[in-house]
Design a binder for this molecule. Structure first.
Ligand SMILES: [Fe+2]
Length: 317
């Protein structure tokens, strides 16, 4: 009797959570396909795949943020796949129209305010961040942040260039310097009253609220999440690589990860939202719900360069 050779799938991932590994083990238990995981920083993984070319052992590439996924696609690292399951579980605006990548989780980038300094009711949209009442009360992360680049691209797609330029100008006039290099210290500054409002991904605040350190939890508890209408969302996503020796296995793993059941686990690992609805994470539930921007992830990637240009022109450092 012919013996089946054991199957393997090699995953290069920009995500680093233990719960991800549990899901990979569950996949192996169900399918017999072994998952080998190589973790790294997103941009380094893209670089690595580029230099490995056709010899790369990667079957599945998992990255965070639409702009990075688009960059990997532009570098021709993915292959197109067709899957009824992926098309059913991943909403159309959260996957590549050509089937090269598919969202695994959603994250949102709302406004977070310290109500002692900024009235939450002042802010109903990102456009409101340019209101004169916020003068010297706003704190922002720097332009290098791909999260802010995607936020700007979202505004650009929804509201066009002149409105985006005007928004950037007004918002940056309100912003205290220097710009922050990451979200968490920026949120601490809001909680401690050095700033009244900031724009940050929801999982950073969730993490602070769950921190072992009570000072950190206390600082985080001063913040209130304000959901702009609509709210900018982004994704972590995966795609089968062009070099894959086992594209069928990689596709099965992708299908497993986006299924509502495993998708919930993948999202929970980092206090993220599942692909549909808001999930059951009590910390996130306490933040309330939002109306997600309808802009597609593909458009965020496509308009990234233009967005960065406008940010630079407006003086976003
Ligand atoms: Fe992050």
């Amino acid at each position: 009797m012919a013996q089946n050779r054991p199957q393997e799938v090699n995953v290069y991932s920009g995500r680093h959570y233990n719960t991800d590994k549990q899901l990979y083990s569950e996949f192996t238990r169900r399918t017999g396909i072994k998952v080998n995981l190589l973790e790294g920083k997103d941009d380094e993984l893209i670089q690595r795949l580029k230099s490995e070319g056709n010899n790369s052992k990667a079957d599945l590439l998992v990255l965070v943020d639409a702009a990075r996924i688009y960059r990997a696609q532009e570098a021709n690292l993915f292959r197109s796949i067709r899957s009824a399951e992926l098309n059913k579980d991943v909403p159309a605006n959260l996957r590549d129209p050509k089937g090269q990548w598919f969202a695994l989780t959603r994250r949102a980038r709302p406004v977070m305010v310290n109500p002692a300094i900024v009235k939450p009711g002042l802010i109903r949209s990102y456009a409101d961040l340019s209101r004169p009442e916020l003068k010297d009360k706003l704190c922002l992360r720097n332009r290098a942040s791909v999260y802010n680049q995607s936020l700007t691209a979202d505004e650009l797609v929804r509201r066009g260039k002149p409105a985006t330029q005007q928004w950037l100008q007004g918002m940056l006039a309100n912003t205290k310097r220097p710009f922050f290099t990451s979200d968490t210290p920026m949120l601490r500054a809001v909680g401690q009253g050095q700033c009244g409002a900031a724009v940050a991904n929801q999982y950073y605040l969730a993490r602070m609220l769950q921190d072992k350190n009570s000072t950190e939890r206390n600082t985080a508890s001063k913040l209130k999440v304000v959901w702009p209408n609509p709210t900018h969302i982004n994704i972590s996503a995966g795609g089968v690589t062009r070099s894959s020796r086992n594209p069928e296995g990689a596709q099965r793993l992708l299908e497993f990860l986006v299924s509502p059941q495993s998708g919930a686990g993948y999202a929970a690992a980092n206090n993220e939202y599942p692909l549909k609805g808001w999930g059951n994470n009590p910390t996130l539930k306490a933040f309330g719900t939002f109306k997600a921007s309808p802009v597609s992830m593909e458009q965020l990637g496509r308009r990234n360069r233009e967005a960065v240009q406008l940010m630079t022109q407006a003086g976003w450092e």
